[in-house]
Design a protein around this ligand. Structure first.
Ligand SMILES: [Fe+2]
Length: 227
């Protein structure tokens, strides 16, 4: 885990309450599914009626650890910390801490819940993938407060990730599969996408059939990438 092991272990995922596991089969390449976890500027548009009310859009604390990375994005409640002494600040209450573990695992640590998404290629068709989703709560839901956390966690993953992120990524896959888009440009506010596509290339020995060129404006263009 290239420096992330103590931090990941610190979240004690093995001690959490397993809320749900499911396997999804979706019409997109597994790396495109991965991309949906790699930036936050889409919150204000794609998640306008869901996540945007809870989280700031287009602001991320981002750090790489070899081929892995950590992204932290702030909930709007983070402003409450201004009135509290710094030594009492607790990040997790006011943020989601998202890890990408090379090559295909996303770990999301949210207030009171956590999730693991493992994104797998469909061995038959590169434009399809298999997604293994596991959702966790810090504690087994008890009473009304517990039920509210349970329902909120299920809702966020179903409405936001499955029904918004994955649906849009499938439409992007349809465009890419048409062959009419010879290249994809990653913006300068998409450092995670630059990083993990570069990590994929590096792991494959920088094969000559793909290219990721970083321009002077800190965008990157990918011209083709094997499945
Ligand atoms: Fe999203």
């Amino acid at each position: 885990l290239e420096g992330l092991a103590p931090e990941i272990a610190g979240w004690c995922l093995a001690d959490k309450f397993l809320l749900q596991t499911q396997t999804l089969r979706r019409e997109m390449n597994w790396k495109l599914a991965n991309d949906t976890f790699g930036e936050t500027y889409h919150f204000a548009t794609l998640h306008r009626d869901t996540l945007s009310a809870m989280y700031y859009s287009n602001v991320t604390a981002y750090e790489t650890f070899g081929r892995n990375h950590r992204m932290v994005f702030a909930a709007r409640t983070i402003n409450e910390l201004r009135d509290q002494p710094v030594e009492e600040w607790r990040l997790r209450t006011h943020a989601t801490i998202a890890y990408f573990l090379f090559p295909n695992t996303q770990v999301l640590i949210a207030p009171s819940s956590a999730a693991i998404y493992r994104l797998l290629p469909d061995p038959e068709r590169p434009e399809r993938c298999v997604i293994r989703q596991s959702l966790f709560l810090d504690e087994a839901p008890v009473g009304e407060p517990g039920e509210a956390v349970r329902q909120r966690t299920l809702d966020v993953h179903e409405r936001v990730i499955v029904n918004e992120d994955f649906v849009v990524a499938e439409s992007a896959q349809a465009g890419l599969s048409s062959g009419l888009m010879p290249r994809v440009v990653f913006g300068r506010n998409e450092p995670a996408l630059h990083h993990y596509h570069e990590a994929f290339r590096e792991a494959r020995g920088r094969s000559s059939d793909s290219a990721l060129d970083t321009g002077p404006d800190r965008t990157a263009t990918i011209t083709s990438e094997p499945a």
